[in-house]
Write a protein that binds this ligand. Structure first.
Ligand code: FE2
Length: 308
């Protein structure tokens, strides 16, 4: 008989793994490779949930019953639905995100209202079926690089970073543990830096971002914690990814097969774009020391994507 995950006790619908003191990574039951993992960072006064994510399982109930009884705040790394869909479960909490991410969410709500239906395409999830309730009615607080949030003897700072995966990305540095929480930026499965129109997403920009982190923060970063494809990562990853950028920028070309484990498992993810990228001769994947960059060889530099 097939297992009914929803019938399981709450402590069996998820598990959690301690990655630093008072710092948990949460795993929904049997996620596929594409499922982002939320983090919970517990301070003396409150706890930060980094990305409420998108699961049909009761994430808030699990956190409050099994992880912490501290009041929660939600920090959103970016707007993509697989990271923000479950924000509606936390509407009575403070929810933080970038202004760009908030504008994206407002635009999606407007599109929903005009269409009179709760289904739309998302850059990360493709077509997503929503209920009106899931659309959410919250208004977030806006964060930008340099801003801090104090959880009570635990300060979280937004570090300088120009979004490459999403223009609205924020990356969060935890001054207590040295953890750097990056959402879909600085991730091992794939850094998507393909010069998407209206973005600064290119290898040159990624390389500049990495240099800012290496010059200003490297000695304080103890681990890099993205949402997909495995976490935590040793901070050496940042230098290895910078090397990967240097190789690509020097003309060493990557592989036509752009798949990662998540794409191989689900090539129709992200609205089927993985499949499209596989067939585009300009989209390549460069792997180096366990880091991966998926890039467009005609749009490596910032100057290549101006006005595109
Ligand atoms: Fe994303």
């Amino acid at each position: 008989m097939a297992l009914d995950i929803h019938a399981l006790p709450i402590n069996k619908k998820f598990n959690r793994r301690l990655i630093a003191p008072d710092t948990w990574i949460i795993n929904p039951f049997n996620p596929n490779f594409g499922t982002p993992r939320p983090y919970v960072l517990i301070g003396d006064d409150c706890a930060a949930l980094i990305d409420a994510t998108h699961t049909t399982l009761p994430i808030r109930e699990y956190i409050e019953k099994c992880v912490t009884d501290k009041p929660l705040v939600v920090l959103c790394t970016h707007s993509h639905l697989d990271h923000t869909n479950d924000n509606y479960l936390f509407e009575d909490c403070d929810i933080y995100m970038s202004e760009y991410a908030w504008n994206e969410i407002k635009a999606r709500r407007d599109m929903d209202n005009k269409a009179g239906m709760w289904r739309f395409s998302d850059p990360a999830c493709g077509d997503v079926e929503m209920t009106p309730e899931q659309r959410g009615t919250y208004t977030p607080k806006i964060l930008k690089p340099g801003d801090t949030i104090d959880l009570g003897n635990r300060v979280i700072e937004v570090l300088p970073y120009v979004g490459c995966h999403s223009p609205g990305s924020l990356i969060f540095f935890d001054h207590k543990t040295g953890g750097l929480f990056t959402g879909d930026e600085l991730e091992t499965g794939q850094m998507l830096v393909m010069g998407q129109p209206g973005t600064k997403s290119c290898v040159e920009q990624l390389r500049e971002n990495l240099q800012v982190l290496i010059d200003g923060w490297y000695d304080r970063i103890t681990m890099v914690c993205p949402a997909h494809n495995g976490s935590p990562i040793h901070p050496q990853f940042l230098k290895d990814l910078a090397e990967n950028c240097d190789r690509v920028l020097s003309g060493i070309e990557g592989d036509m097969d752009v798949r990662s484990m998540s794409f191989a498992a689900d090539p129709d993810s992200m609205g089927g774009r993985a499949r499209i990228w596989m067939e585009d001769p300009d989209i390549l994947r460069s792997e180096w020391k366990g880091t991966s960059i998926v890039y467009n060889r005609t749009r490596l530099h910032k100057a290549d994507i101006v006005g595109k």
